[in-house]
Design a protein around this ligand. Structure first.
Ligand code: SF4
Length: 345
């Protein structure tokens, strides 16, 4: 056996170390350049201490076919950018340093039956050559035909699943109608991920309905590469307040209940990635359907101006992004799958 070759188990660790070192070098370069900032910034019109939007979460649509009671990105508009404008915005982000792009919603597969999403993922991966292009979905609208056409442009697909019990999913609102089976669809999507070479991930929101459940057995069977576990989050104007479309009060759990859920699943090791409310609020760069960054630091979503109007740097100043927290929560990880050669595209 070749002692110098890495085995499969070592690859994710090496890739994660590479990502961290690359991030630190990016920041170091910015700090070094900062010494010359006054001069170079004046000469080049750039700010060397500015945030680099390494990882961006883009919500192209707020519409969704589910009705989760705690949803914190609700359908307050039905606006979707024309696809050429969305591509222009993604190009601006790539030029500003974006390396990972995640699509979320709303349900990102709802617009044009997933074709809009698929074409944007194709553009981001094949044209912009981003390191990682990922999507978070409730899974219900994903088809095998879509996977056949677009899986090659998808590094990671995360499906939201809070429970493997039908009654809990119905109590939460994570279902479409009585004829659909959310859990069966999650399992189908997971199998398609394996078949079409996409990293499968799962997201769970711990809330008043599911915090006492044990999901270990199903997780061991589905084997997601990463299981993100969030604490139910309240955001004014989305799931709290007079005009909000959802009211999350009844779904909120205490920190102790959240920790109890985490302890129950501790045997899953590093696959489980917990995220507290504080970490969720400030450590993501969120881009809404108009390509405005959303500042959640005041427990509501305050939008910047659109990057399409003022550029990325201009909008980033109002993003509320906590870069240190982003690094602390492990925002940079092994986020790419092995890539086919350019000829395969
Ligand atoms: S699946 Fe649920 S939480 Fe996600 S966007 Fe739809 S309603 Fe909101």
């Amino acid at each position: 056996m070749d002692q110098h070759r890495l085995d499969a188990a070592q690859m994710p660790i090496v890739a994660a170390i590479y990502c961290h070192i690359r991030l630190l070098l990016d920041r170091l370069l910015a700090r070094v350049c900062g010494g010359f900032g006054a001069i170079s910034g004046w000469l080049l019109g750039t700010d060397p201490t500015a945030i680099i939007p390494i990882s961006v979460n883009y919500f192209p649509t707020r519409e969704c076919n589910y009705k989760c009671g705690f949803c914190f990105h609700t359908s307050i508009t039905s606006f979707v950018l024309p696809i050429e404008e969305a591509k222009r915005g993604l190009k601006l982000l790539q030029e500003a340093g974006m390396r990972k792009l995640n699509f979320s919603g709303g349900e990102p597969f709802i617009h044009q039956r997933g074709n809009y999403l698929g074409e944007l993922m194709k553009y981001a991966k094949a044209q912009l050559r981003l390191e990682s292009v990922t999507v978070i979905s409730n899974g219900s609208l994903i088809t095998e035909a879509w996977m056949k056409k677009y899986a090659r442009y998808v590094d990671m697909l995360a499906v939201s699943c809070d429970s493997f019990q039908r009654s809990s999913n119905e109590a939460i609102g994570r279902f479409q109608n009585a004829r659909t089976d959310h859990v069966a669809q999650v399992e189908r999507v997971r199998d398609w991920c394996v078949e079409y070479g996409v990293i499968f991930k799962m997201n769970t929101v711990v809330n008043a309905v599911n915090w006492q459940e044990d999901m270990t057995e199903q997780l061991l069977r589905l084997k997601p590469a990463r299981w993100k576990v969030f604490q139910c989050l309240v955001i004014e104007g989305e799931n709290a307040g007079e005009d909000a479309l959802r009211q999350a009060d009844a779904f909120v759990v205490t920190d102790e209940q959240f920790q109890t859920f985490l302890r129950r699943h501790a045997c899953l090791g590093d696959v489980l990635v917990p995220e507290s409310n504080a970490s969720m609020r400030d450590s993501y760069l969120l881009l809404d359907e108009y390509m405005r960054f959303l500042d959640c630091t005041r427990n509501r979503k305050d939008p910047s101006r659109s990057i399409l109007d003022v550029g990325v740097a201009g909008a980033l100043k109002y993003s509320g992004f906590d870069e240190e927290e982003f690094i602390r929560r492990g925002g940079v990880y092994n986020w790419s799958k092995p890539q086919p050669s350019p000829m395969d595209w």
